[in-house]
Design a protein around this ligand. Structure first.
Ligand code: IVH
Length: 683
């Protein structure tokens, strides 16, 4: 057969497979027998094996099962399933340890113990037990809501279905990892690209009998809701899990110094190949649950835990071209397009070059042979150039001085915090009309942390953008779904699913909306601070009016966490009439709900300011506590203040003086702890 014919032959099979998948998964109505389906799948895989160039993203070896979105019931987690931030080096770990000490205000001489646990690369699951009976099993989903996969989880032998132990809590949500051993994976390797995909694909089968066919395992390591909580340490909990009949990892260990952490990391990394499951690093968790609670979390990851990834994999390739990508904030990122190579099981064809300085420092040129490093899920990077292999005619790369998208002259901003010029080259986008930036803003707008429009990914944005169907966020709510259903790759069902997800996203809380707009320097945390100030959309809309904006911005500077940078950015953003149009058109399409603040806390409606260091907690922790209790923390003394808390260590006399003048209640450290009513737990 000719290459063209082979391709045609292959594509026809893929189209058939898609049709059968749709019938089975979406319509619950198989139109082909299991045997014939398996045969077709095998034929496709054999073709791909023989003609390597055929493999593409629709291949059943890459695609895991079928998008299950409507297959399982969605259920909210009682306690969100967070994710972890990553550490790749000793420095990252040192930072992590330091941040914890700073937050808790604990001296270096005091020991903090960590539970070091191997991080199995599988699929996390939550198992809820009521009176010892396994009642509800959920996937992680988006962290807030998961899919009800109880029946599939029940097929896993490692998961106890009934626990009759006197010390088993009345309500317990056991969290852990579903995975497949390397040995078992070898037996079924034909269907899936790697063990993680196998575990995920199998867990999402509609028919539990299908899940049962794949030998899944479960290891427990965490908890969600627990009532009553009869343990004080993570390590104690891990011991209890064993007693209750769960598998825990035999390599779990307690560590405390950076030396112990490094040693353990090296040891386990060395054993990695002999371990019968895929490991991608270690997880460190502060062992004391009380300290965990004090530390809390930022955005989606806890302050008390981190994933320490194993070192990356490397490979060599040739740079075919260097392209410049323009990001949402105007940052110009150089990306090396390389000859595709397989680095540790993943095909890499792009590597980030970070910025102009990095290219100059490493002297990276088109045509160079370079060492590529890939670590976990981070973007691959160029480690160094093999200069022996350089072509004499290779020219130095000239970084563009104009935005490749809109032609504006690029800038490097002055960073007021570091007092240096930024390494990042930016498109200043003074008129807020750079097309590439607009497109990236749309991607941000639909993302998980913003509007969270299910099934509306970057690829679809690109597709609709290319077809001129969307330019501004409000366009998303004017899409013509009839037209979409006729587009290539779409159908009635997928178009109507998208319509449903978009409709659902129209109800949004004020903080999410502020974040979704994508104002420079206003991330998730700042968006929350602003939402807490504005409380409702009406008040937020006052920013659109020049006079009112001036007043508001003067007030905003008093908020702890909002600085000059944010104020300037808000001013620039809302001074643009095109931005005002974009945002008000958007708001018209949405139902923005008020920001919910705790109305019961001891600081509800109160404004508090701190001066001087506190001895039993850091300023950051004090701030979290005030906010948890419904209050706000201000950065300057004004009449709006209710309390000034004066810490023992180096308070500012001027602030105290001002507070006295304004007749604001002044608290010393002891008054503060008494007010918190937390003395017992802090001591
Ligand atoms: S703790 C807040 N412990 O890693 C704590 N996670 O990026 C969150 N994982 O989704 C998880 N082994 O799928 C934790 N011993 C372990 C783990 C572990 C594997 C996975 C899990 C989670 C991801 C975090």
């Amino acid at each position: 057969m000719q290459k063209k014919e082979i391709e045609k032959f292959y594509i026809k099979k893929i189209i058939d497979l898609k049709k059968y998948d749709k019938a089975y998964f979406e319509n619950d109505n198989p139109i082909i027998s299991d045997q014939d389906y398996d045969k077709l799948k095998r034929e496709i895989l054999d073709l791909e094996k023989k003609y390597k160039y055929l493999k593409n993203e629709n291949s059943p070896s890459i695609k895991v099962g079928y998008k299950p979105s409507d297959k399982f019931k969605k259920v909210a987690h009682d306690v969100p399933m967070l994710s972890l931030s990553n550490a790749f080096s000793k420095e990252n770990i040192k930072d992590f340890l330091k941040k914890i000490r700073n937050f808790l205000n604990i001296k270096d001489s005091e020991e903090i113990v960590f539970s070091a646990e191997p991080k199995i690369d599988g699929i996390s699951a939550s198992l809820k037990y009521l009176d010892g009976i396994f009642t509800l099993g959920l996937s992680r989903g988006d962290g807030k809501t998961g899919e009800d996969i109880t029946n599939n989880l029940k097929t896993i032998q490692d998961i106890p279905k009934k626990i009759q132990k006197p010390n088993f809590p009345k309500v317990l949500d056991v969290r852990g990892e579903v995975y497949i051993s390397k040995l078992d994976f070898k037996k079924i390797t034909k269907q899936f690209a790697n063990p993680r995909n196998a575990a995920g694909g199998s867990l999402r089968q509609k028919d539990p009998n299908e899940t049962k066919k794949i030998p899944l395992k479960f290891v427990a390591y965490g908890f969600g809701i627990v009532e009553p909580k009869n343990f004080k340490k993570q390590s104690e909990y891990l011991e209890l899990l064993k007693e209750w009949g769960f598998n825990t990892n035999s390599l779990n260990k307690l560590v405390s110094t950076i030396e112990e952490i490094e040693k353990n990391h090296k040891e386990i990394e060395n054993q990695r190949l002999n371990i019968d499951y895929d490991l991608d690093g270690l997880v460190y968790k502060v062992d004391s649950i009380e300290l965990q609670n004090r530390l809390g979390s930022v955005s989606n990851s806890p302050r008390w835990a981190i994933a320490h990834k194993f070192s990356s994999e490397k490979g060599f390739s040739i740079i075919k071209n260097i392209e410049i990508q323009v990001g949402r904030t105007g940052a110009l990122t150089p990306v090396a397009k390389i000859e595709p190579i397989n680095v540790g099981g993943v095909v890499v064809s792009n590597a980030t070059l970070h910025n102009e300085d990095e290219i100059n420092r490493k002297d990276i040129r088109v045509g160079d042979t370079v060492c590529i490093q890939r670590a976990g899920d981070v973007i691959p990077q160029v480690l160094y150039v093999d200069k022996r292999k350089r072509n004499k005619n290779g020219k130095k790369f000239k970084f563009p001085d104009k935005c490749p998208s809109c032609g504006s002259k690029t800038v490097k901003e002055f960073n007021y915090t570091t007092k240096k010029k930024d390494a990042v080259t930016r498109c200043p986008d003074l008129k807020f009309n750079c097309r590439e930036i607009l497109k990236e803003k749309l991607k941000h707008f639909v993302s998980k942390e913003a509007l969270n429009i299910d099934g509306f990914g970057k690829k679809i944005i690109q597709n609709f953008w290319d077809l001129n169907m969307i330019k501004y966020p409000s366009d998303i709510f004017n899409l013509n779904f009839k037209k979409i259903s006729n587009l290539d790759g779409w159908g009635d069902l997928s178009a109507s699913n998208l319509e449903k997800s978009i409709k659902k996203s129209q109800k949004i809380s004020l903080d999410k909306l502020i974040f979704a707009i994508g104002i420079r320097h206003i991330g998730q945390e700042n968006a929350k601070i602003l939402a807490k100030y504005f409380l409702n959309i009406k008040k937020f809309e006052e920013l659109f009016n020049k006079e009112k904006r001036k007043k508001i911005l003067n007030h905003l500077i008093e908020l702890d966490g909002i600085g000059e940078t944010q104020i300037k950015s808000l001013e620039t953003f809302f001074s643009s009439s095109s931005n005002l149009n974009t945002v008000s058109n958007l708001i018209k399409k949405l139902n923005v709900t008020d920001y919910k603040t705790s109305k019961s806390g001891i600081f509800y409606g109160k404004a508090i300011m701190f001066t001087g260091g506190l001895s039993k907690m850091s300023r950051a922790e004090a701030k979290v506590l005030v906010e948890k209790e419904g209050g706000k923390v201000l950065g300057t003394a004004s009449k709006k203040l209710d309390y000034l808390v004066v810490g023992d260590s180096k308070p500012t006399p001027k602030k105290i003086e001002k507070a006295e003048q304004l007749k604001i209640k002044i608290l010393d450290e002891n008054n503060w702890y008494a007010l918190l009513n937390r003395r017992a737990s802090i001591n």
